[in-house]
Design a protein around this ligand. Structure first.
Ligand code: FES
Ligand SMILES: [Fe+2]
Length: 346
């Protein structure tokens, strides 16, 4: 499974919108393919292969002209949004320069997506809905860490809530109870509830869940339901309170950077329902960021160690006992495509 690549026939986020400024080009990457994102002063952003058709210099180093074309920094060949070479300045004749590949490109919810596969399919595949961006009842934070591991480790790590032991210093002692699962074409969902066995509830967590005390002030079991779903190739974690209302919504996509797909750029958005006094959430926002960052760093260390062991041993020699993770592996293996990397590179 760690040699299965992401299926390129989906929309993948490759950059945050705010990073690609008007009149500028930006270098991104999908599975070893360099991508130039170009945002003209007017009109939508577009994506080209980030290699000039002349001498393969990155177009992302070029300049964006008034027509919205990108001009290579070396000899000034200009390419339009279809990748057609429209000018070779020193020849001044149509049709001399060869084109570069253009990728279907969309912008949504603060992310720029490209469709790296068969462009003819792009219109038939939906651009995903991303957390609760744009929903005024939620406040959303974004993060995009780079991880030295195959994307499949990320799916497993989030889906498998039985590793709360790892996070005991951040969350205190809580245990997950598996409530059930759902599966279907291209998706798998696992649901859990959590019970606190000891330690105090962290403040940031209390803000999301609220505190749970009985009339005597004793802490009560948490009744929220946490649902983690891999809807290939994306993943979500949603928390519903005991009335069934959504209170937290995490969306993530794991973008493979290298050809062997062993380096991953995660794009994540975490939406938290605003409490009645919304400023409380604003006040707690930095603490919440630190809390989620610490948890994430613990997960990062783990998935990178898993990847290292895989590399040293040349495969997974482990015993997976949790049926949900076994199902997730089957889903990821069946949904992806065989890796074609010839070099032992990341
Ligand atoms: S390398 Fe791009 S114009 Fe020559
Ligand atoms: Fe974790």
């Amino acid at each position: 499974m760690r040699r299965v690549d992401c299926d390129p026939n989906f929309w993948y986020p490759v950059a945050w919108s705010r990073k690609v400024r008007p009149g500028k080009a930006f270098a991104a990457r999908y599975a070893g393919h360099p991508i130039a994102l170009i945002r003209p002063e007017h009109g939508p952003v577009y994506a080209l292969e980030d290699r000039c058709a002349h001498r393969q210099v990155p177009l992302s180093k070029g300049v964006v002209d008034e027509e919205g074309c990108v001009k290579c920094c070396y000899h000034g060949w200009a390419f339009d949004r279809q990748g057609k070479c429209v000018t070779v300045p020193y020849l001044n004749r149509e049709g001399v320069g060869r084109p570069v590949r253009a990728y279907p490109c969309r912008e949504k919810d603060g992310l720029i997506f490209i469709f790296p596969g068969d462009a003819a399919l792009a219109d038939h595949v939906p651009v995903p809905d991303v957390a609760q961006v744009g929903n005024p009842e939620f406040k959303t934070r974004t993060f995009s860490p780079r991880l030295k591991c195959h994307y499949t480790f990320m799916h497993e790590n989030l889906m498998d809530m039985n590793h709360q032991f790892l996070h005991r210093r951040q969350m205190g002692s809580i245990t997950a109870r598996f409530l059930g699962q759902d599966e279907g074409e291209g998706f798998l969902e696992a649901r859990y509830s959590f019970a606190r066995k000891g330690g105090n509830q962290p403040l940031a967590e209390a803000l999301i869940f609220g505190r749970h005390h009985d009339l005597q002030g004793r802490e009560q079991p948490v009744e929220e339901v946490v649902s983690i779903r891999t809807t290939y190739p994306y993943q979500t974690l949603k928390i519903h309170d005991k009335d069934g209302d959504l209170i937290m919504d995490l969306w993530a996509c794991y973008l493979p950077l290298g050809e062997a797909q062993q380096v991953t750029q995660a794009f994540g958005l975490l939406s938290v329902k605003k409490p009645k006094w919304a400023f409380l959430l604003d006040l707690a926002w930095p603490a919440l960021g630190l809390f989620t960052h610490r948890i994430f760093e613990e997960d990062r260390e783990i998935v990178e160690m898993e990847q290292n062991a895989w590399r040293e041993l040349g495969g997974d020699h482990n015993v997976e006992v949790f049926p949900v993770v076994r199902k997730l592996r089957a889903l990821l293996a069946a949904s992806g495509v065989p890796n074609k990397a010839v070099l032992p590179v990341a």
